[in-house]
Design a protein around this ligand. Structure first.
Ligand SMILES: NC(=O)c1ccc[n+]([C@@H]2O[C@H](COP(=O)([O-])OP(=O)(O)OC[C@H]3O[C@@H](n4cnc5c(N)ncnc54)[C@H](O)[C@@H]3O)[C@@H](O)[C@H]2O)c1
Ligand SMILES: [Zn+2]
Length: 309
């Protein structure tokens, strides 16, 4: 896996590469030319039809396995382009240029690609490791909601990594915080690229987070912050963490995020979580819980009982 580079993005350096972005980003940053392909904005980029059309464009552009594709965008562009690059000719070189805070700290690192199918998010995907070039200048045009979403993932890194927490507590620059999050993710993914062990820790907040994202249609990072809130409470209820620890983090989360009520519908969506395994029984839900960030399979009945308190 390559290093995360951190520097000024100079588009002309990549003029001989194929660039994939969306029209909104292209307009904001003057990305144009015959080597540029536009996917729809946001989640609408993440499906087989869009990936098929992108691969057809790769064919028309005579993309070879020594060519380069540059994905300029948020996590949706990164996921869809990453998936296309992983299957086209069994893999072509890819550089992620993340343009959202969430993509900078999280989705552009670690090689997970995904598209949605029949309304199920990220159900089809591959592992495909690519480079990332992070340039925080892109953040200047990000709206408040998308910025907040990135802070949801940063909160996760604060809980996981003492260095990120220290930087946030000391008022470090956002660039330094992004760099620390990206380096932390890269370190964990290098140790466990295919998510068989310690990489599972990165799913902290995501069991309830994904369920809330699907039920409420809120940005990913906002849902993750809510997931961190409820899963930390669950850890305290189960005696996995102590109540001081849980209170500290729940207060931290509430400083920035609205906490939405947890419904029965959301809880039943946790039964579809990708971390759940058949060996745990059809009605157990897998959580990553603090402070050790191990995985816990909890009977669904117990989850509803504790979450309802
Ligand atoms: N692969 C992974 O490891 C991973 C991790 C976390 C999330 N994800 C995925 O990432 C996706 C969410 O990504 P996201 O939060 O980055 O949002 P997004 O990619 O869905 O983008 C949302 C919107 O932001 C706009 N935008 C992007 N950059 C901008 C900029 N600099 N200025 C102004 N507008 C800009 C886009 O045009 C788009 O309309 C989800 O599909 C999620 O599943 C993947
Ligand atoms: Zn996430």
């Amino acid at each position: 896996m390559s290093d995360v580079r951190f520097g000024k993005f100079i588009l002309s350096d990549y003029s001989d590469a194929l660039i994939v972005t969306d029209r909104h980003i292209a307009q904001l940053y003057g990305i144009e030319g015959s080597n540029v392909y536009f996917l729809p904005r946001g989640e609408r980029a993440k499906n087989f039809d869009e990936v098929t059309n992108l691969c057809r464009w790769f064919v028309r552009e005579h993309l070879t396995t020594d060519g380069l594709v540059v994905a300029v965008g948020g996590g949706s562009i990164g996921d869809a382009v990453g998936f296309a690059c992983s299957i086209f000719k069994r893999g072509v070189n890819l550089l992620h240029v993340p343009t959202t805070l969430l993509a900078m700290v999280d989705s552009s690192i670690g090689g997970k690609t995904a598209i949605d199918l029949d309304g199920i998010k990220n159900v089809v995907g591959t592992y495909f490791f690519a480079d990332a070039l992070i340039d925080t200048n892109f953040l200047g045009t990000l709206d408040g909601e998308m910025t907040l979403s990135g802070y949801g993932e940063i909160l996760k890194y604060r809980m996981l990594d003492a260095r990120v927490d220290e930087l946030c507590g000391n008022g470090a620059s956002l660039s330094d915080i992004i760099c620390a999050c990206a380096q932390y993710k890269q370190k964990i993914c290098a140790q466990d690229p295919f998510c068989k062990g310690e990489r599972n820790a990165l799913n902290l907040g995501h069991t309830i987070g994904h369920a809330m994202e699907a039920a409420l249609d809120i940005p990913h990072g906002v849902a993750v912050a809510n997931g961190l809130y409820y899963e930390t409470r669950l850890a305290a209820e189960l005696g996995v963490c102590d109540s001081c620890y849980a209170d500290r983090w729940r207060a931290e989360i509430c400083k920035r995020f609205t906490i939405y009520p947890l419904s029965e519908q959301m809880l039943s969506l946790t039964l579809q979580d990708k971390k759940n395994v058949a060996a745990g029984g059809s009605s157990t839900v897998t959580f990553v819980l603090p402070p050790e960030f191990g995985t816990y399979s909890i009977p669904f009945e117990r989850v509803t009982e504790l979450a309802g308190r």
